[in-house]
Design a protein around this ligand. Structure first.
Ligand code: MOS
Length: 719
């Protein structure tokens, strides 16, 4: 069980039933386990027809001929679309504020092939089986060019962020700082291509009423942005588009914006004027719905004899596709973690003939912390200093790039509480010094961090005559527990139980609730929930929902309602907001067969106010499990000749199962970060994965004396 939470200060929050910070069961749990939660592909639409993608079997070149005749004549086939007859689609503005597509090339834009598995056509038929069969009858001829599929053949150039800024920064003079250092570490760390592998596959149902009104059922982490994007793609005003996403079966960054398959499905549905469904196969998802790029990072650390960091350099390389730019932002964490007078970061990016990479849970922070936290461990061994001690000693009070102090930073407690819970003080400071049942035992630790973002959000609340309340907002629950924390916050403010609050999410026709991404929904949305609830009570001149309803004289009378928005103010000019944590783990290794088991795990996190202790701990556990996958298993390899992923589904792409995971003990420490928002909640979701792979590799070093710098750490690397 997670430890109990600190209380909310009275001055900031009117405590009535003290729900916030307790463990609350998921409101949507029963619907999910009984199959009543409706996911995108499950919506029942009369007259629905099915489609199946045709994808490229080469990684680079052109289509010279595409013969659809046999496919068109197959049973049940309604139409076949290729670049020769693609319906009209407009290029959207394509920036976060307005609209955004993951891949700036529109689907079927021309006959060019940029990566294997690229969408080159769509078959529409009465049934899925007919569409899939006909897709295989399409004959494609190609002019093939040599693809770039491996980093060693790629040309790396200065990387730019999605916002067009050079990823490059220097504070002080790294070279001079390194010259004065007495203890040095220089090492290169690599990670493999990773897939999001959500339980719910990517899918869409596009339903047009005439040619100017579109309803889209598609998993979307940000329905309002999706609405604006589809409106621009089809030249419509935003009110003519509605995105409906009540449930998302895992997204991890891959379901924030439309991908080419969704755009194509909607375009074809408009032309055919019938509701159209498209579900991607797992294999199609590998090329067409994003991944985390492989990375190569070099970290150089210099310290003086007492362990103070004199210089840090972190450089990173990753790759993108020829049709969009995404540079995995590995070095963003480096100015945040440890104080040093001399700091340098830089990133390079190569274009390769592989599908477009994108955000994947803690994009940048996860691989970045793998490298930095491995290097810190190497430095601790070099200096013969305890790795917890080294981190405590080198903490920074300020964000070294922004030049701002951190608000409510409790990294020290994360390290100290974690060390105590784990029993770290008993760790022998020699490698290969612990054994159990003929296995080598190792203890490792690493730090966690994730920035805290906040956006604006709007919420509508209605008090109904039956004594219940309704909260309405476009925000999404992608499996993280948003339904539950929205209900809990409303219940707390209105004096109701969680069961008495009904929450409607994931519909673009509701007030703008912001995006479920960057771990920012909790911190952005809940202040608006609280404000709307306070507003409705004020309107009713009441202090609780019950009092408000007592003033309604008969059940036919209109219920009370209010809409309120909350947005960040100028606090970001004064403070840097960041969450902190530490992971401690034990590994047991049978060196003869390269078998590794993780036998113990302790995570201590500082995320400001915890809203729901149960789902917050679940977020950390899920992230640790995903991090263990990153450390030990996850690796999407591509055929070096044809560029096709040779690992592509839930059987061939390995990630942890229950048998691979120990009990994960999660504790939250700190205080509400009231500089951040009125609840003091910085959110949770991504931080838990950061540092996990380094903690595992550091434990492996302690067990075996072998430093592994290449992920995933598969059994062959342990032999
Ligand atoms: Mo996340 S990778 O911001 O969904």
């Amino acid at each position: 069980m997670p430890n109990s939470q600190f209380p909310i200060p009275n001055s900031q929050f009117s405590i009535m039933n003290k729900l916030i910070g307790t463990s609350i069961n998921r409101k949507d749990g029963r619907a999910k386990v009984t199959g009543r939660a409706t996911y995108a592909a499950e919506h029942q639409i009369p007259g629905l027809v099915h489609s199946y993608l045709i994808t490229a079997s080469i990684a680079h070149g052109q289509i010279t001929n595409i013969d659809t005749k046999t496919a068109e004549q197959a049973t049940g086939v309604i139409a076949v679309f290729t670049h020769d007859n693609v319906p009209e689609i407009h290029k959207p503005t394509n920036n976060f504020m307005a609209s955004k597509i993951y891949e700036s090339r529109l689907p079927l834009a021309d006959n060019q092939i940029y990566y294997a598995g690229q969408i080159i056509g769509l078959v529409v038929a009465d049934t899925l089986e007919q569409a899939r069969h006909a897709a295989r009858l399409v004959k494609v001829e190609y002019a093939t060019q040599k693809p770039v599929l491996e980093a060693k053949d790629a040309t790396f150039q200065q990387a730019y962020s999605m916002f067009g800024e050079e990823i490059k920064f220097e504070k002080g003079n790294f070279v001079a700082g390194m010259r004065d250092a007495t203890a040095k570490v220089e090492a290169t760390y690599t990670t493999s291509t990773e897939l999001h592998a959500p339980m719910e596959p990517h899918a869409i149902i596009a339903h047009w009423q005439d040619t100017d009104t579109l309803t889209v059922y598609e998993p979307s982490q940000w329905v309002l942005c999706s609405q604006r994007t589809y409106a621009e793609l089809f030249g419509l005003s935003v009110e003519k588009v509605r995105i409906i996403t009540p449930f998302i079966g895992g997204a991890f960054g891959s379901k924030a914006f439309p991908w080419p398959h969704g755009i194509l499905c909607a375009a074809v549905a408009r032309q055919l004027q019938c509701p159209l469904k498209l579900v991607l196969s797992r294999r199609q998802m590998t090329a067409n719905t994003g991944h985390r790029s492989e990375t190569e990072q070099t970290v150089r650390l210099g310290a003086n004899t007492n362990g103070s960091l004199m210089a840090i350099e972190h450089t990173a390389k990753s790759s993108t596709s020829p049709v969009d730019v995404f540079a995995e932002p590995c070095t963003g964490i480096t100015p945040v973690m440890y104080a040093t007078p001399h700091l340098r970061i830089q990133q390079e990016l190569a274009v390769m003939n592989i599908g477009t990479p994108t955000f994947m849970r803690a994009p940048g922070e996860n691989p970045g912390m793998w490298a930095l936290e491995s290097a810190m461990d190497e430095l601790a061994w070099e200096l013969k200093i305890d790795p917890v001690e080294l981190r405590l000693k080198n903490q920074t009070k300020e964000h070294q790039r922004k030049g701002l102090p951190f608000s409510a930073k409790h990294f020290t407690e994360c390290l100290q509480v974690g060390a105590e819970q784990f029993g770290w003080q008993d760790r022998p400071q020699q490698v290969r010094s612990l054994t159990r049942d003929g296995k080598l035992i190792g203890w490792g630790m690493a730090a966690s961090t994730f920035p805290s973002f906040r956006g604006s959000a709007t919420v509508k609340v209605r008090l109904l005559a039956d004594g219940t309340a309704e909260i309405l907002t476009s925000a999404n629950d992608m499996g993280t527990g948003a339904y539950t924390i929205v209900a809990a916050t409303a219940a707390e403010t209105l004096g109701l139980s969680v069961e008495q609050v009904k929450v409607e999410l994931g519909d673009s026709s509701l007030p703008d609730g912001g995006m479920a991404g960057g771990s920012m929904m909790t911190g952005s949305l809940l202040p608006a929930v609280m404000k709307a609830c306070e507003e409705v009570l004020k309107t009713a001149k009441a202090t609780t929902a019950q009092e408000a309803l007592a003033t309604l004289h008969n059940s036919g009378e209109a219920a009370w309602e209010a809409t309120a928005s909350a947005a960040p103010g100028a606090e970001g000019k004064q403070w840097a907001f960041q969450s902190w944590g530490a992971h401690f783990c034990e590994v047991a290794i049978d060196e003869e067969i390269g078998r590794l088991q993780i036998t113990r795990w302790v995570s201590v996190m500082n995320i400001g106010q915890v809203i729901n202790a149960k789902t917050a701990a679940s977020q950390i556990r899920g992230a640790v499990i995903m991090g263990i996958g990153h450390a030990l298993m996850e690796e999407c390899q591509f055929d070096p000749n044809i560029g096709y992923p040779v690992v592509y589904d839930l059987a061939t792409y390995h990630f942890p199962t229950h048998a691979d995971i120990p009990r994960i003990q999660v504790t939250f420490v700190g205080e509400p970060d009231l500089n951040f928002n009125p609840l003091g909640a910085r959110g949770v979701g991504e931080i838990g994965i950061t540092g996990v792979s380094a903690a595992v590799a550091n434990a492996i070093y302690h067990a075996t004396g072998k430093r592994i710098r290449d992920l995933p750490i598969t059994p062959d690397k342990l032999l």
